[in-house]
Design a binder for this molecule. Structure first.
Ligand code: FES
Ligand code: FES
Length: 153
């Protein structure tokens, strides 16, 4: 079966099993390295991407079920919110190994798109499904707050 996707505004054709997880197609066929395989079971958030601006866990999403535009962290230079998050995460030194960060930044973009000035509590609630084994949670929250302040200044 041929599956046609739009990834970061570029067309992508995938020929294969329609049950193939979106994450595999992104990483193996679209050279998308930001989304990561963590648990493979929808439990950690490392594989999060946006489909039509909604967060999707790509490890448990069959590629054939995706209709619409996929956005990943690779598009940060073309996306104002992802760009602001990128700068803020660097400023706050919020990244250790980085494995969780792409999924967290995608979640944070989704949050800031719907709520320009979230409280720390709202940021923490939004990140509830994202695990960070390095324990940089406090810096991650500070970085998202910094990005929101910069965007709404
Ligand atoms: Fe998808 Fe963990 S790898 S939620
Ligand atoms: Fe290492 Fe989060 S920075 S898992």
């Amino acid at each position: 079966m041929t599956i046609e996707l739009i990834v970061n505004d570029k067309p992508l054709k995938f020929d294969g099993d329609p049950s193939t997880p979106l994450l595999y197609v992104l990483r193996n066929d679209a050279q998308i390295n930001s989304a990561k395989y963590g648990c493979g079971a929808g439990q950690c958030g490392a594989c999060a991407v946006l489909v039509n601006n909604r967060v999707v866990l790509s490890c448990i999403t069959p590629a054939s079920s995706v209709k619409g535009k996929i956005k990943t962290l690779e598009s940060y230079e073309q996306d104002k919110v992802l760009g602001a998050l990128n700068k803020a995460f660097i400023h706050e030194q919020a990244v250790q190994c980085g494995y969780c960060i792409s999924g967290i930044m995608i979640r944070a973009k989704s949050l800031l798109d719907s709520n320009k000035r979230p409280s720390d509590q709202q940021i923490k609630e939004a990140l509830d499904g994202h695990l960070c084994r390095c324990g940089t949670h406090n810096r991650i929250v500070k970085a998202i707050r910094r990005a929101s302040e910069g965007l709404s200044a």
